[in-house]
Ligand binder design. Structure first.
Ligand code: UP5
Ligand code: MG
Length: 198
């Protein structure tokens, strides 16, 4: 029996651009499963038995990027244990650098169909304010503070933007202005889905 390959859409954008929020809207309306790489890493970090807990926390606080072997295996496992293993996945916050991309291409790219990359465009100012507000209202995220946010944004500009640009050259990027309300952002993104598929 040949199983249809799962379809994947990457959701990228700066720290606090609204990737997770947008994904929740998409999941509400279309048959996608949302996998946040950051959430998977935070779950792994929280396991008392994880050998990577400390390493993950150091990277998250410093806004640097966890080695792809760890992140990719968490994504792979989440896809396989999903109730919808052959279906459609929004992979949020990955791939963030060349190491992520190389690791993905090596072990995952052939197992899925990459349908597109949704790019949430948002100024550093707005991104930072959103995360600080979230931190102040008790997110518990160790990276929702001014120091970490400067580093997160640096990493985004230096490492993640070039990955987005590479996908853009492949004609895979769907860009949305994520400085509008969440509803408006979703309405704009909904226009992409006839092309991306659902
Ligand atoms: N908000 C959202 N949309 C809004 C809107 N349209 N208008 C007004 N407010 C809006 O939103 C952030 C906040 O803004 C929320 O309070 C929300 O209500 C509000 P959210 O939807 O959470 O935005 P998102 O882009 O998902 O922000 P997040 O903080 O999750 O982005 P990051 O990319 O920084 O975080 P992530 O969890 O992906 O990664 C964290 C760290 O993990 C990384 O820095 C890195 O160290 C590590 N990591 C890896 O090493 N590898 C990976 O592959 C992934 C992560
Ligand atoms: Mg997020």
């Amino acid at each position: 029996v040949t199983m249809q390959k799962p379809e994947v859409v990457f959701i990228l954008g700066g720290p606090g651009a609204g990737k997770g929020t947008l994904c929740r809207y998409i999941v509400e309306h279309y048959g996608y499963v949302h996998l946040s790489a950051g959430d998977l890493l935070r779950e792994e970090r929280a396991k008392p038995c994880s050998e990577y807990g400390e390493l993950i926390e150091t990277h998250i606080k410093n806004g640097t990027i966890v080695p792809v072997e760890i992140t990719c295996s968490l994504i792979d496992r989440a896809m396989q244990t999903s109730e919808n293993p052959h279906h459609r996945f929004l992979i949020d916050g990955f791939p963030r650098n060349q190491d992520n991309l190389d690791g993905w291409n090596k072990v995952m790219a052939d197992k899925v169909i990459l349908k597109g990359v949704i790019f949430c465009e948002c100024s550093e100012e707005v991104c930072t304010q959103r995360c600080l507000k979230r931190g102040a209202s008790g997110s518990g995220r160790s990276d929702d503070n001014e120091q970490s946010l400067v580093l997160r944004h640096q990493t985004y500009l230096k490492n993640t933007l070039p990955i987005i640009e590479m996908y853009e050259q492949q004609g895979l990027v769907y860009k949305v202005n994520s400085m509008k309300t969440p509803e408006e952002v979703f309405q704009d993104v909904a226009e992409f889905f006839p092309k991306i598929g659902w």
